[in-house]
Design a protein around this ligand. Sequence first.
Ligand SMILES: [Zn+2]
Length: 54
Amino acid sequence: MSAHSGESARETGDFRCSRCHQQTHVTRGDKIPKCPHCSNDEFDTRYHEPENRS
Ligand SMILES: [Zn+2]
């Protein structure tokens, strides 16, 4: 699932930037910001849980 900056986050979670793969935390109902690391506006994965359980 991809998401873009400017959309409202439907759930609290961490969004992974499609370019630099850094994660950005977004709270439910907030607008998704541009990636603070590279200013990309597309996120390719959303993690629902803060822990990385890979
Ligand atoms: Zn980025």
